[in-house]
Design a protein around this ligand. Structure first.
Ligand SMILES: C[S@@+](CC[C@H](N)C(=O)[O-])C[C@H]1O[C@@H](n2cnc3c(N)ncnc32)[C@H](O)[C@@H]1O
Ligand SMILES: [Zn+2]
Length: 276
């Protein structure tokens, strides 16, 4: 049995990995699903949490078209810079693991010894991750209660997922980093112009977090050239707008054959305040 990167959600001691389960010293045991993840979510285990299968498969389909690869490259660059010599990277709210897998591969390319962990509250999301790689350590869990020991991660990434500063501060090492990715005001503006009479800019993300110092902030902005209606619909289906748009407005989009659409992401890098 090898010691794993996870802790038991019941007694909070370390979990050991066997071929088919994770088990703690007190005998609490959690099966590894066929798709490779372990479900460590304690509350309301049975129901649907987080993104459902339709949302996840729409996201995977769009991301596989490569339109967010520039963002992924920037994220990998940030992780590599802050993970000199390798370490533990934790993707909180990893979804179907596009960026988690890219991070793993980029660290491997640099020949760094590392462990990459993905946590998401949706088991459907983690079910998709195996299509990308089987090299990740994946657990169904909430960003508000991450099943890893305190001060265990060198880098925590949080990409378009709930930002839980208290818990993130707990799990990163004293000199650890948090890399947070969020949409800027004009992100997907031209898509919104097509579906809404009066499109609104995305609200500004509040960057101040108690106990965290914002050490760097960078913007990633570029135009995406969609040359087919398939590309446009693929983007639309992975956005929350898809679920809020009337059938009539959806029809407008089905007629559009090409579109230049703005992608605007913010990347914020935080470290912990206290280095006592
Ligand atoms: C917009 S998706 C982003 C996924 C991935 N980071 C990406 O960019 O492709 C948001 C993800 O957060 C997950 N999520 C929502 N609430 C969560 C929570 N409390 N804890 C962990 N994950 C959560 C959803 O299931 C979903 O996979
Ligand atoms: Zn236990």
């Amino acid at each position: 049995m090898e010691k794993s990167c996870f802790i038991c959600p019941v007694c909070r001691t370390g979990l050991f990995k066997t071929e088919k389960t994770y088990i703690c010293q007190n005998g609490h045991s959690f099966d590894i699903a066929k798709k490779g993840y372990v479900n460590l979510l304690m509350s309301g285990n049975g129901g649907q949490h987080g993104d459902d299968k339709t949302m996840i498969s729409a996201r995977a389909d769009f991301l596989n078209r490569g339109f967010y690869d520039k963002l992924s490259e920037e994220i990998c660059k940030c992780v590599n810079e802050h993970c000199q010599g390798g370490g533990i990277v934790l993707d909180a709210g990893c979804g179907e693991c596009k960026y988690t897998a890219d991070i793993y591969e980029s660290l491997e390319r640099e020949d760094k010894k590392n462990t990459v962990i993905g946590v998401d509250i949706s088991k459907e999301a983690l079910g998709f991750a195996k299509r990308r790689t089987n090299k990740l350590n994946l657990a169904v869990a909430s960003c508000a209660d991450i099943p890893v020991e305190a001060e265990s991660a060198d880098v925590l990434v949080n990409i378009f997922a709930p930002f839980m500063p208290e818990e993130f501060k707990r799990v990163i090492k004293r000199d650890g980093m948090i890399i947070r990715v969020y949409p800027l005001a004009k992100h997907l503006w031209e898509l919104k112009e097509l579906i809404y009479d009066v499109p609104y800019e995305n609200p500004e993300t509040d960057m101040e977090e108690e106990g965290l110092t914002l050490v760097e902030k960078l913007d990633v902005k570029y135009d995406m050239e969609f040359k087919t209606n398939e590309d446009i619909m693929s983007l639309f289906k992975m956005t929350p707008y898809f679920y809020r748009t009337s059938e009539e407005d959806k029809k407008k989009l089905e007629e559009v054959k090409s579109l230049t659409c703005r992608a605007e992401f913010g990347i914020a890098i935080y470290k912990k305040n206290d280095h006592r």
